[in-house]
Design a protein around this ligand. Structure first.
Ligand SMILES: [Zn+2]
Length: 141
């Protein structure tokens, strides 16, 4: 499980956000049409109601859109493959190797900690992307 999988937007959420957006815009439009036709209508309860509902709905809808924009697109998901980092002991006689998930800031020849076997400095020797069959995310689609 990766955090990328958990944050998938549901189609229901998208429909709700777009419906809310359209309704809010429609409410505001109705209110503005009424006010432009007769400016004293701004004190009218039904017009005020339309304005408040439209405004609140628009706020909620923009929040929904913002949340959706943060979701990776289907293309980004398909392109996503977990990267692996290999950290090796610099002592040739020791040869201790640690394979772990790639972390931001990793680069080849970067020194990282000391060897648990011989206390020599450890260094990143390789960073690679696993084969497509291993990229579990694709299976979900
Ligand atoms: Zn070592």
């Amino acid at each position: 499980m990766t955090s990328l999988e958990k944050r998938r937007p549901s189609p229901f959420f998208k429909i709700l956000t777009y419906t809310l957006l359209i309704l809010s815009l429609w409410f505001l439009l109705e209110a503005f049409v009424a006010i432009s036709a007769n400016p004293s209508m701004i004190t009218d309860r039904s017009v005020l109601y339309l304005l408040v509902m439209g405004g609140l709905g628009l706020l909620l809808a923009s929040y929904g859109l913002l949340v959706m924009r943060r979701q990776p697109s289907i293309w980004q998901k398909l392109a996503y493959k977990p990267a692996t980092t290999v950290v090796e002991c610099t002592n040739q006689q020791c040869g201790f190797k640690n394979v772990r998930r790639f972390r931001k800031g990793d680069y080849v020849f970067k020194e990282e900690g000391v060897c648990p076997q011989c206390s020599s400095p450890m260094m990143i020797s390789a960073i690679y992307v696993e084969s497509e069959e291993k990229a579990k995310l694709i299976k979900r689609w």
